[in-house]
Design a protein around this ligand. Structure first.
Ligand code: SF4
Length: 372
């Protein structure tokens, strides 16, 4: 089904210089494969130019898109603009690592219409950066942030990680405090999760890494919300904060609101109507498929009515906009479900919406179970 709603475009740049021990995003370290990937990407775009006629967000994620050279990023944007229609007021975001940036690259980004940077700082504490085996230092992050502002970017997001083993609230709040000196329009604060297949996972399995306990997770989460709300930030999604509504991530809101999104590149996911599909998680298989003029699909599915309803519930209860109860249909016994959520302090009613509280965000994964 072709939608006339402007779609989001996610582009997975599958290259990183090294692998961070906690990361389970797909990436490859051999940058000599970039030209082959760009060729394959051009072919992949060709498959979709008629079914996604208008886009109004582009998110360059990965991987490390900032690891591409200026000419490579230029080729990438040219490929997209040649075959897909990006509205002139599109939000165009690039994820960046601090030590990939310099004044010339930042100027190129602006010249290409990139108007939002999401900088992967993770921490301003040198020891924590070493633990996370990030390639950058605290000084690199500070320099990158100064450079981004000097270049003229007015929509800056900073990504941070909390809940490292042994971390206490004080160094975490000091990191938040340092981030605020740059007045970021957006902050994403993620709890460190130990995903299967990562180096941290194998260390945990061997008993050499001890994740924090659930009670500590709660302490960090609530302290983060309190601190950022006291400094004027809106906690608009479980992990996301923004200085003003106009700086909410337009691209991520498409996922939460089930708007059509096209994902390109290895491991990227797409959504249109009630159909989902996703690409293979291998650069080699991705390129081989496209070189043979085939789509590099791993799988696809058509959601049932019940799956759509559960998705509406779980996505709606991730955001402060809440769950639009009128979208659920008449089948659910809401008169029994809603009082349980409200009495526990997990949500409240606002007009037609069930709106999660901060306490509700803490148990967001469990709330959809009440609707089953
Ligand atoms: S730089 Fe980002 S995408 Fe690459 S390995 Fe590290 S966390 Fe993952």
């Amino acid at each position: 089904m072709i939608s006339d709603i402007p779609s989001g475009l996610y582009l997975h740049v599958p290259f990183c210089r090294s692998k961070c021990p906690y990361c389970d995003f797909y990436s490859h370290t051999d940058h000599s494969l970039i030209p082959r990937w760009l060729n394959a990407l051009g072919k992949e775009i060709g498959f979709y130019q008629d079914s996604f006629p208008v886009m109004d967000t582009l998110y360059l994620g990965g991987g490390s898109p900032s690891g591409l050279s200026e000419s490579q990023i230029e080729s990438l944007l040219d490929l997209i603009r040649e075959r897909l229609y990006l509205n002139t007021d599109s939000e165009i975001t690039i994820e960046a690592n601090p030590n990939d940036l310099n004044p010339s690259k930042l100027k190129t980004y602006l010249d290409l219409g990139i108007n939002r940077i999401s900088l992967g700082v993770q921490s301003f504490d040198s020891q924590e950066l070493l633990f996370l085996r990030r390639r950058h230092t605290t000084e690199d992050a500070l320099k990158a942030l100064e450079g981004i502002r000097e270049a003229g970017f007015t929509n800056l997001g900073i990504d941070l990680i909390y809940g490292l083993p042994g971390q206490t609230k004080e160094p975490w709040l000091a990191t938040l405090d340092k981030a605020l000196t740059f007045h970021p329009e957006h902050l994403s604060c993620y709890q460190l999760t130990i995903a299967e297949g990562t180096l941290f996972w194998s260390l945990k399995e061997k008993g050499r890494l001890q994740p924090i306990r659930e009670a500590e997770e709660e302490t960090f989460f609530l302290a983060t919300t309190r601190f950022l709300e006291e400094h004027g930030y809106l906690h608009y999604e479980i992990s996301n904060f923004s200085r003003e509504e106009k700086f909410f991530s337009r691209h991520n809101q498409k996922y939460w609101q089930r708007k059509p999104c096209l994902g390109l590149g290895p491991s990227a996911h797409s959504f249109q109507g009630n159909r989902r599909w996703w690409n293979v998680r291998s650069l080699n298989r991705y390129c081989r498929a496209l070189e043979a003029d085939k789509l590099p699909l791993e799988e696809q599915e058509e959601l049932t009515e019940e799956q759509v309803r559960l998705e509406l519930i779980s996505l709606g209860l991730r955001t402060r906009a809440g769950l639009d109860l009128t979208q659920l249909g008449a089948k659910l016994p809401l008169e029994k479900i809603l009082p349980k959520l409200i009495e526990n302090g997990w949500a409240s009613i606002s007009g037609n919406h069930l709106v999660p509280t901060v306490k509700g965000f803490l148990v967001a994964d469990r709330l959809p179970l009440f609707f089953e």
